[in-house]
Design a protein around this ligand. Structure first.
Ligand code: T3D
Length: 259
């Protein structure tokens, strides 16, 4: 474990808390490495079915730690992105478990990108998204230019990326950047309730749904129909599907095992 990242596993839910509140949870090299390794470990751990990613204090994450970037040991920007930021984004996207961003406060720079990479975003009323890159002469990175048009459409993505005005939580909800906004003191319980619902779902079907949604962006309708049929064939042969049918017949909640 590393200072700056808290990992708590409770039942089937892992909560990862970026925990450097004095720097708005800005990402240092050790935190980035720990975050990637933790995500990769969870991806291989079938006992964890859902991940919640959140921040300690008043921020979700302020992106790259700018004090570290100005230090003598800072890697070139391109290297830092290729070797440390991008693998985190890939880990979130490639893991079978759904990842919920519980956006408790400001999400800026790569911190915003990290929230965009998650499967679901629940925000506190005081959350805001800041594409802070332009202010320091950089471009949106860590997947921001890929996720934004897909999440909110090309026009709004261009406005956010080029103009860079902060997006408050209610506006984020209106444009579809987050799917729910709740009072700050209810964020933890809302995110956990959502995680518990997902944890009760069939894990293999969830993982395949995540993959299908992801790959659909690169496919035409024909390819997508074919891929759905293929994946459904796999899901249909699972013990979880059989359990789902039995539970329906017996009028009880299903008990999915991931088989
Ligand atoms: O390696 C690479 O660089 C490549 C990758 C780049 C990806 C990126 O993420 S580039 C973008 C980096 N992030 C930013 O540019 C955001 C910088 N922060 C801000 O713009 C603002 O702090 C916020 C909009 C996030 C919040 O504003 P506000 O007014 O609520 O808070 P504040 O007063 O600015 O910040 C509070 C403290 O957090 C302050 O420290 P102090 O003065 O109380 O000791 C501030 O310096 C610190 N802080 C905020 N962001 C960062 C940070 N410290 C280090 N790094 C930060 N990114």
């Amino acid at each position: 474990m590393v200072d700056g990242l808290r990992v708590e596993v409770d039942g089937a839910v892992a909560t990862l808390t970026l925990d450097r509140p004095e720097a708005l949870n800005a990402l240092t090299v050790p935190v980035k490495v720990a975050l990637r390794e933790t995500l990769e470990g969870i991806a291989a751990d079938r006992s964890v079915r859902v991940v919640i990613l959140t921040g300690a204090g008043r921020a979700f994450c302020a992106g790259q730690d700018l004090a570290e970037r100005e230090g003598p040991d800072a890697a070139p920007l391109e290297t830092e992105l290729r070797e440390r930021f991008n693998p985190i984004i890939r880990a979130v996207r490639s893991m079978g478990q759904p990842v919920i961003a519980a956006v408790n406060g400001v999400a800026a720079g790569a911190g915003a990108s990290l929230a965009f990479a998650c499967d679901l975003r629940v925000a506190a009323a005081e959350a805001r998204f800041v594409l802070a890159f332009g202010r320091i002469g950089l471009i949106p990175d860590s997947g921001a230019t890929w996720f934004l048009p897909r999440l909110i459409g090309a026009s709004r993505a261009a406005e956010l990326a080029l103009v860079g005005d902060p997006v408050a939580a209610d506006e984020a909800l209106r444009i579809g950047l987050v799917h729910r906004v709740v009072p700050g003191d209810a964020l933890g319980s809302e995110a956990r309730a959502l995680a518990d619902r997902l944890a009760a779902s069939a894990p293999v079907a969830l993982a395949m749904t995540k993959a299908a949604l992801e790959h659909a962006w690169e496919m035409d309708l024909e390819a997508s129909l074919s891929e759905e049929a293929r994946l459904q064939g796999v899901a249909g042969r699972s013990a979880d599907h059989a359990e789902g049918l039995t539970a329906f017949r017996e009028k009880r909640p299903p008990r999915f095992t991931g088989e």
